[in-house]
Ligand binder design. Structure first.
Ligand code: ZN
Length: 434
């Protein structure tokens, strides 16, 4: 595949994954072609040497692993970690209200989106719904409206004269409800919305009881730039990293020629701090790695031996240099799109990288023929974080934080460089087969 084909594959992946639940479903589809077998956390795990398996928790976090030629106690776990969620808006339970004939959906802010970017977009909803079916059984399914459904129109500049001087400020309670429909006097908004939801989910006469619904942008991904050297889509942070990890792993040459057990761990809830039973701060990955260890060795200390020789690459997007805002960057640490993966460092361990893990990553880049860049955040701006420090601390394993440079992180329309995605896949492959 060319660099552009890799990105086209990524854009298709994102377009099919409008919510974290859909992202995990897309991953599940991709890995089935590579004979990954699903494991149920409530059942016993009959793991076979050389086997490929995956575990899902609550439909939006997934851990996949391929057993190596050696046991984890002999050769450790090689883990690529990323997150499936992106910041945005989520629909409240009693969402629908009407005022002056216009039905709107009340929203909560999920994580830290750039709210102004949500205005004037062709928005829609995707997520999952729980319902009682015709035979009164509880069931769950994914739901995806797949058409422009909602909008947050801007106020005209004639009523907001300072918008270009002061920036677009939206009151988080009053000014974010999304416009849904024009209703007649006798139409009640919440039943109206529920009917729409039940139709979109295709659950017929069944009753929807509860749901998780993310607001997403229906605009598809695109290449841009005079030479099509950039690309844009929603959720590049962090579906691009999930996709890169997956593309590195899903190669028989990688899967069949490894001593170590290879792992991809993709978590929901990173954007809200990872503290949940499916998030990176929860027990999910620890539980899976422990069970692999126990299934492959009867010695209790072998889990500790396995972890002591494991390594995590935490992949999350990085802040590319924006030429219009030079003062936002430390001068020695401008990182540029299309110039390779970025190694992120932070003395206060907002990133997990330290000198030894950084050196190992640089070495993999050199072996893979991939350029790399170094990033350090300005001291007068608070630094973001990733799952890297959390997972590394929980498991007690060495880790490095890296990612492809991008513009407009947490905008509903983010951008990145075409060549970086291929670079990332290459170096992650090198890590897996090292
Ligand atoms: Zn991220």
């Amino acid at each position: 595949m060319t660099a552009k084909q890799h990105v086209q594959h990524l854009l298709d992946f994102i377009d099919k994954s409008p919510s974290p639940w859909h992202a995990v479903a897309s991953i599940e589809t991709a890995i089935k072609a590579f004979q990954f077998v699903r494991l149920d956390e409530t059942a016993k795990w009959p793991l076979q040497a050389g086997g490929r398996y995956y575990v899902m928790r609550d439909d939006s976090s997934i851990v996949l692993f391929a057993l190596g030629h050696k046991t984890p106690a002999e050769s450790g776990f090689k883990i690529v970690g990323a997150h499936t969620d992106s910041p945005g808006l989520r629909i409240r339970p009693n969402a629908a209200t009407t005022s002056d004939g216009i039905a709107r959906l009340g929203v909560e802010i999920y994580g830290g989106p750039i709210l102004a970017t949500l205005t004037d977009r062709d928005l829609s909803l995707a997520g999952r719904v729980s319902y009682v079916d015709e035979r009164e059984r509880l069931a769950h399914k994914l739901v995806h409206f797949d058409r422009p459904l909602l909008r947050l129109p801007n106020l005209a500049i004639h009523m907001n004269r300072g918008v270009n001087e002061d920036g677009l400020k939206l009151h988080k309670q009053n000014e974010l409800p999304l416009l849904l429909a024009q209703l007649t006097n006798n139409q009640l908004p919440q039943p109206y919305f529920l009917t729409l939801l039940e139709q979109a989910a295709g659950i017929g006469a069944s009753r929807a009881l509860s749901w998780d619904l993310a607001v997403y942008d229906t605009q598809k991904g695109a290449f841009w730039g005079a030479n099509q050297e950039f690309y844009a889509n929603s959720q590049i942070d962090n579906l691009a990293s999930c996709h890169a990890g997956l593309q590195a792993l899903l190669d028989d040459a990688v899967l069949d020629h490894t001593d170590s057990t290879l792992v991809c761990a993709f978590f929901d809830h990173e954007e809200i701090g990872s503290e949940s039973h499916i998030g990176a701060a929860g027990s999910f990955l620890t539980d899976v790695l422990q069970r692999i260890s126990i299934a492959t060795s009867s010695e209790r200390e072998d889990t500790a031996r396995a972890l002591a020789q494991s390594f995590l690459i935490s992949v999350d997007m990085a802040h590319a240099y924006h030429p219009n805002f030079p003062s936002a960057y430390d001068t020695g640490h401008k990182v540029f799109v299309n110039q390779g993966p970025v190694i992120k460092s932070n003395a206060n361990r907002r990133y997990s990288s330290e000198s030894l893990s950084t050196a190992r990553f640089i070495h993999w880049c050199e072996e893979a023929g991939v350029p790399y860049q170094r990033y350090s955040h300005r001291s007068d701006l608070p630094c973001g974080s990733t799952i890297g420090p959390i997972v590394s601390a929980k498991l007690g394993i060495r880790s490095v934080d890296i990612g492809c440079p991008m513009w407009a992180m947490h905008s509903i329309r983010e951008s990145a460089g075409v060549r970086d995605h291929e670079h990332m896949i290459k170096v992650l492959k090198r890590f897996f087969i090292d």
